[in-house]
Design a protein around this ligand. Structure first.
Ligand SMILES: Nc1ncnc2c1ncn2[C@@H]1O[C@H](COP(=O)(O)OP(=O)(O)OP(=O)(O)O)[C@@H](O)[C@H]1O
Ligand SMILES: [Mg+2]
Length: 316
């Protein structure tokens, strides 16, 4: 029974540093700290789903063994309580002596969501407990952190995973879960994931609920993503001045698949560079795409904006 509700991203989260895919540079450096039993304050920077939290937990497990929970606290800075989390929760944790070790670890996720004032408070807390506590701060953009924090941390930059690494991990899960996947299905997962392992694994799990042999159709139908051939069809129709047909086709897929305007923009953006049109037109289209993304984010009606975009394409 448990199997049915188990979340695969947790089930298959690497437990050791050496099991983490595609971040050898980082895991090697972290392993060296484990060996020396020392740790600086650390800043993990990089996009979503590529191993930041995973590395922090694996590091704690290797440093502390079974009792890692007593010396490791994970907390999230992104809610509006940001500043109070820094002021109270962390202080409460940091005040208690480390258990059988020289220091404890506070892992603070989404640090770039902290206001500059909250970051100042964090900086003071980092200094106050410097003897017994190390901080691992995690963020998407290191540039959003105030310089005094950046300069107090060793910075580790995580990169999006290579397709080959995502593929290997997905193949392992497919085998272990008794599934099958076609080559096209695998490519679809890689395309949808864009180097984000969490998205790859979540997509696989959603598909596997209904299909044991996974095809690209299955993947695109759960992934809120346009298929490359759909994008090409729609754009080619528009480029050939068949605006009404392009519009209908786009409206159909958006409706059937439940895609948002931003999903569509992302799909188009992905395919645009491969499209067989001259460079100048490509540049104009990318510029337009950016403009329509902005309009949607600012609250423009999605269907209308996408239609307006196609109208622009058909006047090129
Ligand atoms: N490098 C990796 N190797 C193997 N699995 C990974 C890797 N990165 C991510 N995963 C998988 O994706 C899940 C989420 O990863 P993780 O929590 O480490 O992401 P993150 O980088 O902290 O993302 P976020 O910025 O959203 O917090 C993990 O539980 C694991 O299943
Ligand atoms: Mg994380």
């Amino acid at each position: 029974m448990d199997d049915l509700i188990e979340i695969w991203t947790e089930k298959y989260r690497p437990k050791k540093l050496e099991e983490v895919a595609g971040q050898d540079n980082i895991t090697n450096r972290l392993s060296a700290f484990v060996k020396e039993k020392t740790l600086p304050n650390i800043l993990f920077a990089g996009s979503a789903g590529i191993g930041k939290t995973t590395c922090a937990i694996a590091l704690a497990k290797e440093l502390y063994g079974d009792m890692w929970h007593r010396n490791f606290m994970e907390t999230n800075a992104s809610d509006e309580r940001g500043i109070s989390v820094v002021r109270t929760t962390i202080k409460d944790f940091a005040r208690v002596k480390p258990f059988g070790a020289a220091f404890k670890i506070v892992f603070l996720d989404e640090c770039d969501a902290l206001t500059p004032e909250a970051q100042q408070a964090l900086r003071r807390t980092m200094e106050k407990y410097t003897r017994t506590t190390r901080f691992i701060l995690s963020c998407n953009y290191s540039s959003k952190l105030i310089p005094p924090i950046q300069s107090r941390c060793a910075i580790f930059r995580f990169k999006p995973l290579e397709d080959a690494d995502v593929k290997k991990s997905i193949e392992k899960i497919v085998k272990n879960e008794g599934l099958e996947i076609t080559d096209k299905g695998m490519n679809a997962i890689l395309l949808v994931a864009e180097g984000d392992m969490r998205r790859a694994v979540n997509t696989l799990q959603s598909v596997a609920i209904t299909a044991k042999k996974i095809t690209d159709e299955d993947v695109y139908s759960v992934a809120a993503s346009l298929r490359p051939d759909e994008v090409k069809d729609i754009l080619n129709l528009a480029l050939n001045k068949q605006f009404i047909e392009a519009r209908k086709k786009l409206a159909d897929v958006m409706l059937v698949r439940g895609l948002s305007g931003l999903d569509v923009i992302k799909g188009i953006h992905r395919e645009l560079l491969d499209l067989d049109i001259d460079e100048r037109k490509k540049a104009i289209l990318i510029d337009k795409l950016g403009e329509y993304e902005f309009r949607i984010v600012e609250g423009g009606t999605e269907d209308l904006q996408m239609e307006a975009f196609l109208a622009q394409v058909s006047t090129l």
